[in-house]
Design a protein around this ligand. Sequence first.
Ligand code: UD1
Length: 335
Amino acid sequence: MKRILVTGGLGFIGSHTVVELQNSGFEVVIIDDLSNSKIEVLDQITSISGTKPDFYQIDLRVKKDVQHFFENNTVDGIIHFAASKAVGESVNEPLKYYENNITTLVYILQEMKNRKIDNFIFSSSCTVYGQADQLPITESAPTKPAESPYGNTKQIGEEIIKESCGSYNLNAIALRYFNPIGAHESIKIGELPLGVPQNLIPFVTQTAAGIRKELSVFGDDYDTVDGTAVRDYIHVVDLAKAHIAALSRLIEKRNKTNFEFFNVGTGTGSSVLEVIQSFEKATGKPLNYKIVGRRAGDITAAYADTTIANKELNWKTEKTLDEALLSAWKWQEKQ
Ligand code: UD1
């Protein structure tokens, strides 16, 4: 049985990926510092899969603690989620982002090199493309200068991994996520935003639940189907399964180069108003919203061309936007 380290394994995408890894026969060890997650998630994972993953509360910025973990643990691969992800906060606190997202990555890669651990999966983002010149976005679209320190950490992170793979003979895959949403069908794990949600779907569900008065739709003057911005919303369980596909590709040595990257989305763009309609239809809950000005830093439209990911990873999404929104709502209701 292969043993996989999942950093940030109690977070939103991490927890869903741990469950899929266990379902696929992997043994999992989680590192999480609980800075943006709750320890209860460990029990929830256990109650879904029937197996408790090993867990270490470690701050990956502390190099000796990282070294200590690897002295005491043998792993066959690493899925690295642990990172800060709030775009706005990263503008105010860039050094926090470079320390949390870059320093920790370097420490882990150093351990991989020193201990000859292979098979690394990195959480990247479609943010590396900026506003792409062509839609849907293929992997050959050029990366654009990052709009935020957060976005920059994903670009720099990919560069660091690529160079490390070249020099140290490691194998890695970066998954460039589009917009992950939804919750596990058991409704035992889901997204737990701290404070006022910045992302669309948690704001939608909290508004429908009466926690927020109304949703602000940021801009209706974009050059899109109805003037609101378009994104590619992917069910988090579909996204989690892409990690298993990518990891298996590395373990079975089916990768074509030692550093690869893939778009992980549905291939379909939805406008903010389409999301609202879909949410109302799927849940039967009317949503209170108003149109306001654009949000600084937002792009017009981003959705994935998934042809390469579908073929190379032998993976495709299975869930619809309606299913994802309904699961997000059920999760909200449970909170
Ligand atoms: C953002 C980040 C992205 C990050 C992702 C996940 C930017 C530019 N991108 O994506 O790098 O990986 O979050 O954390 O910040 N919207 C509203 N009202 C709201 C909230 C959002 O209308 O209250 C709209 C936004 O304008 C956007 C869409 O909904 O058009 C999606 O927004 P959001 O969920 O924040 O994701 P992104 O901005 O696409």
